[in-house]
Design a protein around this ligand. Structure first.
Ligand SMILES: Nc1ncnc2c1ncn2[C@@H]1O[C@H](COP(=O)(O)OP(=O)(O)OP(=O)(O)O)[C@@H](O)[C@H]1O
Ligand SMILES: [Mg+2]
Length: 514
């Protein structure tokens, strides 16, 4: 029997208004019903519908019990769905992708997408639970995001086994492929609000340095690359020998010899993130541990100028006593540290850190340091001899790499990079001069940099020759002054002190120059 059109219309209107009233009442209920009561009702509604529904639901939460780190499963599902849902989802959100060149689409909150696996259909929903703000209103509402997977109970075994394995595996692969590498900092310049869940701030890591462009003796370069690659492929080995999967590198040498550049090259070689840890901005050992826990796998934790970051040299100073001329040296050293701190961190260090040497040692190889895995810890310093031996012993800092003045081989790499020159008649002159004086790769690079559009390769090489000749004249002047001073009997002590200062350090480096 067919219904009259007017009756049909009435019925639709009635149904529409019933649904609208129900939704209105539900909205009012959600708004004014106490949070606990609402959760209680929702819980029992789910239990009752669960008895009748043939569907199974699995939730994957962003933060699990300990709430310290995003759950790995959530992150993998997020990546999997971003790649697979952008063609079917109707509401998408866009984020900047790798190398900041493209937008990556992923499903928006409350969006539902379907997926198929070996003939079984499943549905994914991105959702969140909003917990209410605290009574004093100081902390804002907290959002707990999760993905919910729904599927028919007849596929239970396959979905909980093979399908979820497939999602996590593919999600992880997608993440590695699309990963936009990040440079993190804990510097106070980027103060985080107290309710924010992470203590690190980050920007995209875009440093172009590679080992290829680094001026370094070829055999040393090869050795470092092999060491890094072996480390990154040794997951099984580390677990077999019962050691946390991490490795410490100590980079030391005079300013401008490429320590920071090498860190960027390491990150680019292994596709790791970089955590630039500013120790003076860390309140105490507890905060240091929190920062460590929040670092992710496949990363390099860097502490630059470790000798300037903490008073890790205090014990040694007390033991050694004061030699003649030490006061002046100490003053100069203090100025150098302050200048370094300011240039590295825009003067934001503050210096009120209560991090101790033992806190730092714990950070490097305590129990907490093993969480996460696949991590490099890199320290840099200009004065390796000033660091506490405990800090840099093998096992903590496994590999000590000295970066020294530029060798002729190093110069050739720079000439190739900067001027596209493999050989030139002026190379012989440069080689001769480089044997006589020390010059940092930073100074060579600066001389080879064209200063005007008219500067051709030859002009740049001549500019380097001039810099080398000036350095040679400067050295000769210093030697003459020293000889002059040591010829006076009263200044014998001065001569002794001089063996400890920069000149001595300089000579050591010459002998090690490639
Ligand atoms: N070995 C090198 N190969 C190529 N370029 C280099 C090298 N060393 C230095 N440079 C150039 O010099 C600049 C300064 O180098 P870098 O900042 O790495 O020195 P550093 O050793 O970290 O100095 P500091 O001790 O003052 O921090 C870099 O931008 C880079 O262009
Ligand atoms: Mg540096």
């Amino acid at each position: 029997m067919e219904m009259a059109p007017s009756t049909m219309a009435e019925m639709w209107t009635k149904m529409g208004s019933t649904i609208a009233s129900f939704m209105f009442i539900w909205a009012i209920f959600r708004q004014y019903c106490p949070y606990e009561l609402r959760r209680y009702i929702e819980k029992y509604t789910h239990t009752i519908t669960g008895y009748f529904s043939p569907y199974i639901k699995i939730s994957i939460h962003e933060f699990t019990g300990d709430r310290l780190k995003r759950s790995e499963a959530y992150v993998a599902v997020e990546a999997y769905l971003s790649a697979n849902s952008s063609k079917t989802a109707r509401r998408l959100k866009a984020e900047m992708g790798k190398d900041s060149t493209n937008l990556v689409l992923s499903m928006d909150e409350y969006e539902k997408v379907s997926d198929e696996f070996r003939g079984a259909k499943v549905w994914w929903v991105a959702s969140k639970v909003v917990s209410p703000s605290r009574p004093m209103g100081y902390y804002p509402e907290q959002e707990k995001r999760y993905y919910r997977l729904t599927f028919h109970k007849r596929y239970r075994e396959m979905i909980t086994g093979a399908y979820l394995e497939h999602v996590v595996k593919e999600g992880k692969e997608i993440r590695v492929r699309n990963r936009q590498r990040k440079l993190y900092t804990n510097s106070p310049g980027y103060k985080w609000p107290s309710y924010k869940q992470t203590m690190w701030s980050h920007i995209v890591f875009e440093h172009p340095a590679t080992f290829e462009t680094m001026a370094l003796e070829p055999s040393k370069k090869k050795e470092i690359i092999e060491d890094l690659v072996t480390f990154s492929q040794s997951k099984e080995f580390y677990s077999r020998i019962g050691k946390a999967w991490k490795r410490g590198y100590l980079l030391y040498g005079p300013p401008g010899t490429g320590k920071s550049t090498m860190i960027a090259a390491m990150a680019n070689l292994l596709s790791y993130d970089v955590y630039d840890l500013e120790l003076t901005a860390v309140k105490d050992n507890t905060e240091l541990r929190k920062l460590l826990i929040e670092t992710t796998s496949k990363s390099i934790i860097v502490i630059e100028d470790i000798d300037c970051s903490l008073d890790l040299t205090g014990q040694r100073k007390k033991k050694g006593g004061k030699a003649m001329g030490d006061e002046e040296k100490e003053k100069m050293e203090k100025e150098r540290r302050e200048a370094k701190e300011e240039s590295n961190h825009g003067g934001g260090g503050g210096g009120s850190s209560k991090v101790t040497l033992s806190g730092l040692l714990n950070f490097i190889d305590g129990l907490w340091s093993a969480c996460g895995g696949e991590r490099l810890i890199v320290f840099t310093t200009n004065y390796v001899e000033k660091l506490d031996p405990a800090l840099i012993r093998r096992g903590r800092m496994d590999k000590h790499i000295e970066l020294s003045y530029c060798s002729f081989e190093g110069f050739k790499v720079l000439a190739k990079n900067y001027l596209r020159l493999e050989t030139h008649p002026l190379f012989d002159t440069i080689e001769g001069l480089m044997k006589e004086v020390d010059i940092t790769p930073a100074d060579v690079a600066e001389s080879l940099m064209p200063k005007s559009p008219l500067d051709d390769a030859e002009r740049c090489l001549r500019s380097l020759i001039q810099a080398l000749e000036e350095a040679k004249a400067e050295d000769a002047k210093k030697v003459a002054e020293q000889e002059d001073m040591s010829s006076k009997p009263i200044e014998d002590h001065g001569g002794a002190a001089a063996t400890e200062d920069g000149v001595q350090h300089h000579e050591n480096s010459v002998s090690e120059k490639a």
